[in-house]
Write a protein that binds this ligand. Structure first.
Ligand SMILES: [Zn+2]
Length: 188
């Protein structure tokens, strides 16, 4: 973003109440969990799912409470995004729907559905990899997880291993286009 036109920028950002929310820094634990989330994303890609992976861990102890990848195609479920499935698992593990003490790590910026879910789950921290300019709801299109008008705000850490997370997605879609051109559409 250019800093030469602060007036315009400020006006544009004014539409997003949380655009000025400070982004937290990734911990060593976050990075380790992101490595696992990237592994899970790779597993999704290998079965024809859009490669997104997620891990939920207890922030204080590092205990993993849930992990998943995107299973939308396999389960014919529009809500089966990686972080949503992982959060459900984590809540079951904890026996509590409130995840204040948890960190949700996901390779791609959560969409509006998942960002809303994270607020409803009272997720303490959200750590994601690649920005999603087309559907991202943490800071790209919306800033749902840090919107001060909502009753809960998550600490947000963006851009962890963003390059590796984004590369998985780019390669997946490139492969899909190539298959389509070759007249060999994937089952997806
Ligand atoms: Zn989502």
């Amino acid at each position: 973003m250019s800093s030469r036109r602060p007036g315009l920028l400020a006006r544009l950002l004014g539409a997003h109440p949380a655009a000025t929310a400070p982004a937290g820094a990734a911990t060593e634990q976050d990075r380790r969990m992101m490595t696992r989330a990237i592994e899970l994303a790779g597993q999704a890609g290998a079965i024809g799912e859009v490669p997104v992976g997620a891990v939920v861990y207890e922030t204080a102890t590092g205990r993993v409470l849930g992990e998943s990848f995107n299973t939308r195609e396999r389960d014919a479920d529009p809500t089966a995004h990686a972080e949503l499935v992982a959060v459900r698992q984590a809540a079951r593990t904890l026996g509590d729907w409130r995840l204040n003490g948890c960190t949700v790590v996901v390779t791609l910026e959560p969409c509006p559905m998942c960002a809303g879910m994270l607020v409803n789950a009272r997720a303490g921290r959200v750590v994601y990899g690649a920005d999603d300019p087309k559907a991202g709801a943490c800071r790209s299109l919306f800033a749902i997880t840090t919107d001060p008008r909502l009753n809960h705000r998550c600490e947000l850490v963006a851009g962890v291993e963003a390059e590796a997370c984004g590369r998985l997605l780019r390669e997946f879609f490139r492969g899909r286009r190539r298959a389509r051109r070759a007249g060999n559409p994937p089952d997806a």
